[in-house]
Design a protein around this ligand. Structure first.
Ligand code: B12
Length: 425
């Protein structure tokens, strides 16, 4: 009798395990389809991070992926050259572009950037920009871009088999040791994750570094900080850093058990529909597939699945909103001067739509944005620009809580006070 009970319990547990595994597969497939659907949108620039996530997936739609790669090589490539003409550094975007080409096993030497009439391979150009960033850290104590992009730069060079100079890697190791990697005021989980993957790649490749013990210490520190960032609900940092944190922990050799609750949190987020911005999906999908950017090193692109399709009826339905909510918008300029504006907006409007309505009312509120891979970044408010070159940005909060999303994604579901403050970082 007891044997029968144990056997039945085991069978039940096995069945539950199977159901769990097939739920996970179904969730992955739906997120994969959601990302694939986003590549059909022509109104924004193609995003290399989206391409990388599609290529690291188990399921593929090879025709759509190849079409998207061609768009990256035309439109995204042109956008990078445009930035170079404006004398901007392109470290992060160029690194993602290289990783995207690598993810499709594209010959990197056949793609060139033209700048000041000089034609250079992508990797040579990235190497030069990394040298420039290294100088910025040496003289200004931080990169011109940020440590997230600096890490992406090292990662892209390393994954492509290009030797990273010891001076370049040492600057990242030093920044980790001295807790200089932040997002606003707090320790940046996303950037630690990227730094972890970059440094792990150097370690795996046996790239010479200034001090091997220091590299190991930095990796151990990163791992510990990522694990320490775990909240009671399983997230590491927040909903939008957890995917990268899990990916980095896997790259750094953590066992799946260490990431179990974070994976659970990610799955719960997917089911809640937290990830609708393609950039967010692209940073979560590899972790859910248990793949990491380091695997791009040995990407082979042969005998791939080609079964991924978009369901005809899967486009999400937008429900009409009911009622209005009141919104107060306070703008605090760099000199501390504050102005407050009030408006009623349809429930469920995005903050972007709400700010547009406020601007149209001609009450003195004006704003403009810059495009980024995450969508519109608020850059000018009431004719004051918070410039990244001056290390300033418009920080946005609602009822005192820092927003976890940008103005296009954040939805106004109830009455609230939005504060937009010119902040240094
Ligand atoms: C560095 C960074 C910043 C820096 C950027 C300036 C700089 N030069 O360092 C600063 C501190 C200014 C910043 C601000 C904000 N950030 Co930020 N940021 C990052 C980080 C760590 C790296 C971005 C990057 O360089 N990417 C690489 C390059 C290749 O991509 P890119 O698109 O060209 O990069 C630019 C944009 O990403 C833009 N940017 C940075 N943050 C955000 C956030 C949003 C919503 C948008 C539209 C653009 C944007 O600045 C980058 C440099 O020019 C990411 C982490 C991540 N997981 O992506 C978070 C991240 C993108 N930020 C985030 C958030 C929430 C914000 C803020 C909205 C915070 C707030 N409450 O005010 C603000 C933006 C407000 C605004 N004015 O619109 C979230 C976005 C999540 C989401 N679902 O949208 C992320 C994912 C961090 C997180 N895990 O919460 N950020």
């Amino acid at each position: 009798m007891i044997t029968l009970v144990i056997v039945s319990a085991l069978l039940l547990a096995l069945a539950a395990g199977k159901a769990c595994a097939s739920d996970h597969e179904a969730l992955l497939l739906s997120l994969n389809k959601q990302l694939l659907r986003s590549v059909d949108t022509q109104d924004t620039l193609p995003n290399p991070s989206v391409h990388i996530a599609l290529r690291l997936s188990t399921y593929h739609n090879l025709a759509k992926e190849s079409k998207y790669l061609n768009r990256l090589k035309a439109e995204f490539h042109d956008d990078i050259e445009k930035s170079l003409r404006n004398n901007e550094l392109v470290v992060g975007r160029l690194a993602l572009y290289i990783l995207a080409l690598k993810s499709s096993c594209h010959d990197l030497e056949s793609v060139h950037l033209t700048h000041n009439e000089i034609k250079e391979s992508l990797l040579i150009h990235l190497k030069k920009e990394m040298e420039e960033e290294k100088q910025n850290i040496a003289f200004g104590h931080r990169p011109k871009t940020n440590y997230y992009q600096y890490s992406l730069g090292i990662l892209a060079l390393c994954v492509s088999g290009v030797r990273v100079s010891t001076h370049v890697s040492q600057k990242l190791i030093h920044a980790v040791e001295h807790r200089q990697i932040k997002h606003g005021e707090s320790l940046c989980v996303d950037s630690h994750a990227m730094a972890g993957m970059a440094l792990q790649c150097l370690k795996d490749e046996g790239t010479a570094v200034k001090n091997t013990a220091e590299l190991d210490r930095a990796l151990a520190n990163i791992k510990q900080r990522l694990l320490d960032s775990k909240r009671t609900d399983g997230h590491m940092g927040n909903e939008f850093s957890t995917g990268l944190a899990v990916q980095a922990l896997m790259a750094m050799g953590s066992q799946m058990e260490e990431c179990g609750s974070a994976m659970e949190a990610l799955r719960a987020d997917v089911m809640k529909g937290t990830y609708h911005n393609p950039m967010a999906v692209s940073q979560v999908l590899p972790a859910l597939h248990q793949r990491t950017y380091l695997q791009l090193k040995s990407q082979e692109c042969c005998n791939e699945d080609d079964t991924l399709t978009i369901d005809a009826d899967s486009a999400s339905e937008v429900l009409p909103s009911h009622g209005q909510v009141s919104l107060q918008v306070e703008v605090i300029k760099s000199n501390g001067a504050s102005s407050v504006f009030s408006i009623h907006v349809p429930t469920g409007s995005s903050l972007f739509e709400a700010l547009n309505l406020l601007q149209d009312k001609q009450t003195g509120f004006t704003f403009s944005t810059e495009d980024s891979l995450w969508g519109p970044f608020l850059s000018v408010v009431n004719e004051e620009q918070a410039r990244q070159t001056d290390r300033r940005y418009w920080h946005i909060s609602s009822d005192g809580n820092s927003l976890k999303q940008g103005i296009k994604d954040y939805k106004i579901d109830s009455a609230q006070n939005i504060t937009i403050k010119n902040t240094g970082y």
